[in-house]
Design a protein around this ligand. Structure first.
Ligand code: M6R
Length: 610
């Protein structure tokens, strides 16, 4: 979850590191720090809070350095504080490390090192790494081998970077379970946890794999496995535009990303809709289509918003591909004894492609022989690389912690996978054509929904002081209710629950009174009349109701307090439209409460720890 960046070259690295940390701040924002080598010295400058506070602190010091590492933290062990901020230094202050991940056996190692006289200053698990590396270094091992030997004693996950004034021409980096890339420049090199931090400087990237360690000089690098075997790493050209990772005039990344959905959904479909054949073309699945279509069962594994996309896919696959589906939380799946049968296909959905639980579940599924398909946004991410086959959603970088455009693009790609399978099984050409044609109309419909932004902002004004919210929907729109509630709680800190509308009378109806707003997702579909009955039940108990309804629904206005009218589409695609007003509602409520919607408290964009 933490962000890591580093530079080695001839330039002053301080502004480069600060800029990189700002781009990574969505990964963690409770404290930040730099480790620098300059004038024969090593030092760390750290600050609690956001990167801008570190920047203020460093400005007054007027330090110039051409080798440095930077870190922005999301606390796991030890409270957010300057002491617990990274980098952590050895006793003599000659060596510094930054770390993303969790060292599970840190307590045992710490005790052993304390007995040897090492003094720990922080409450973090990470600090054991610097003392352990130092211990090997003092015994005459090079910085590279000291790091390698130290890491071979460690259980857990890490992306780390190490610098030392004893070997001032290199940065050592290693990866296990947390992302780490090397950026290749001209007579300068970079390291980072995330390509976003480097893209202003280079698009030539080397992805380290788990169990790999590298020594990075200003003009070269060398990589090995932790077990000391030589490896050759490929340099990959990454396509990313700097504009994609800046706010482009918007107040927040979240609203920029919501507003981008016409384009992101278009990009997810680009070149993939074969209208005449009523088919989807997904190059990433080439060679696996028949095997997937012959599956006896599909198991979908994901977390958070991606899990909600998986729930929508359950409806899609069962309705059109007629394959039984199970949708699992990755964190639960990996610790059960999941029964994987021959002819099961597993789909792993992840925006970041780095979520620790999803990645671990994927590795376990592979071990048990399942065919594993990744649906990821981040190109080259761990889940994308670990999967046997997969489809990128091409939503473009998503920086706001609350996932928005990735969700709609995930749904588009899951609909395309459904079509691919369904057409190989039972779906007729005519049905295929009509669904694919309908998909092509989505961007224009999204454009119309986004024009409701001002209307939704006005509605939001009336709910700034709400303490609780219920989100209710049925069928395809039940997962949308869950997603709407998640959006609201994560950025506005208002308690919200999503429910299948008909379940309300089995418990939650007891909560309804004039202080309990209820958001109904009630487009005119086959369960419309049933949802209207649920609306009546809430109205009878004086609940305040917001309805996301169909444009041509005149009946609903008299039943509810607020309506958000959106264009219709077929049921399977409806969640791609109905979720957008809920994203906007959550956004405006949070902004009106004066909250930092891009970096909500306690959260981080990419959950790379368990
Ligand atoms: O990168 P992933 O899609 O694997 O992330 C999964 C969840 O951590 C993520 O969706 C999280 O729930 C978001 N904050 C939701 O807005």
């Amino acid at each position: 979850m933490c962000g890591i960046v580093g530079y080695i070259g001839d330039k002053n690295c301080v502004p480069i590191l600060i800029e990189g940390l700002k781009r990574l701040e969505y990964r963690g924002y409770d404290s930040a720090g730099l480790g620098l080598l300059y004038n024969g010295n090593a030092s760390a400058i750290k600050s609690k809070g956001k990167v801008s506070l570190l920047e203020d602190k460093i400005e007054g010091l007027n330090i110039k350095s051409s080798l440095g590492i930077g870190h922005t933290r999301w606390a796991t062990h030890g409270e957010p504080s300057e002491i617990n901020a990274h980098p952590h230094g050895n006793d003599s202050g000659s060596m510094f490390i930054i770390h993303n991940g969790i060292i599970e056996n840190y307590a045992v190692i710490k005790k052993r090192l304390q007995k040897l006289g090492y003094v720990f200053k922080s409450d973090t698990d990470s600090e054991v790494l610097v003392h352990l590396i130092d211990d090997f270094h003092k015994k005459g091992n090079s910085l590279f081998h000291s790091t390698r030997l130290a890491l071979s004693q460690v259980d857990g996950t890490y992306g780390i970077a190490v610098i030392s004034k004893t070997e001032p021409d290199k940065i050592i980096v290693a990866k296990n379970g947390s992302p780490l890339v090397i950026g290749i420049g001209d007579d300068e090199n970079f390291i980072a946890s995330d390509v976003n931090a480097l893209i202003a400087h280079t698009s030539k990237i080397v992805y380290l794999e788990d169990g790999e360690i590298a020594e990075v000089y200003k003009d070269s690098f060398m990589a090995k496995t932790i077990t000391d075997e030589d490896i050759l790493k490929e340099i990959v050209q990454v396509e990313m535009d700097l504009d994609e990772i800046s706010k482009s005039g918007y107040q927040h990344f979240m609203i920029k990303e919501i507003m981008e959905q016409t384009e992101s959904v278009t990009n997810s479909m680009r070149g993939r809709l074969l209208v005449e054949e009523g088919l989807a073309k997904l190059g990433g699945l080439k060679g696996f289509e028949d095997q997937i279509a012959k599956s006896n069962r599909i198991i979908i594994v994901a977390c958070g918003t991606s899990w909600h996309a998986g729930l929508v896919a359950e409806y899609m696959f069962e309705q059109f591909a007629e394959i039984p589906v199970e949708v699992e939380y990755a964190s639960e799946f990996r610790y059960r004894n999941p029964v994987i049968l021959p002819n099961d296909t597993m789909i792993f959905i992840s925006q970041s492609g780095e979520t620790a639980d999803t990645l671990a579940a994927l590795k376990e599924a592979k071990r048990r022989g399942a065919l594993c398909l990744g649906v990821c946004n981040a190109v080259g991410s761990s889940i994308a690389r670990e999967s046997h086959t997969g489809v990128y959603i091409h939503a473009g970088p998503e920086i706001g912690v609350a996932s928005t455009k990735a969700f709609t693009s995930q749904l588009v790609v899951l609909a395309l996978i459904t079509m691919l399978i369904a057409r190989k099984r039972h779906m007729s050409l005519a049905d295929g054509k009509s669904i694919i044609s309908e998909m092509a109309t989505l961007p224009a419909k999204i454009e119309r929904i986004l024009k409701l932004n001002d209307h939704i902002e006005k509605i939001a004004e009336d709910f700034v002081n709400a303490k609780n919210f219920l989100y209710l929907g049925r069928g395809y729109n039940f997962p949308v209710a869950l997603e709407g509630a998640l959006k609201l709680k994560e950025i506005s800190y208002i308690h919200a629950e999503g429910y299948p509308a008909a379940e309300m009378k089995h418990g939650p109806i007891a909560l309804i009174d004039e202080n309990m707003p209820a958001v109904f997702i009630s487009p005119k579909d086959s369960v419309y009349e049933k949802v209207i009955s649920n609306i009546e039940e809430v109205k009878a108990r004086k609940g305040r109701i917001i309805a996301v309804a169909s444009e041509n629904d005149d009946k609903i206005d008299s039943l509810v307090d607020y309506t958000i009218k959106i264009p219709d589409t077929i049921r399977m695609l409806m969640p791609i439209l109905t979720v957008i007003p809920l994203q906007l509602l959550a956004y405006h409520i949070a902004v009106k409460k004066g909250l930092n919607v891009d970096q909500p408290r306690n959260l981080a964009k990419s959950v790379t720890v368990e």
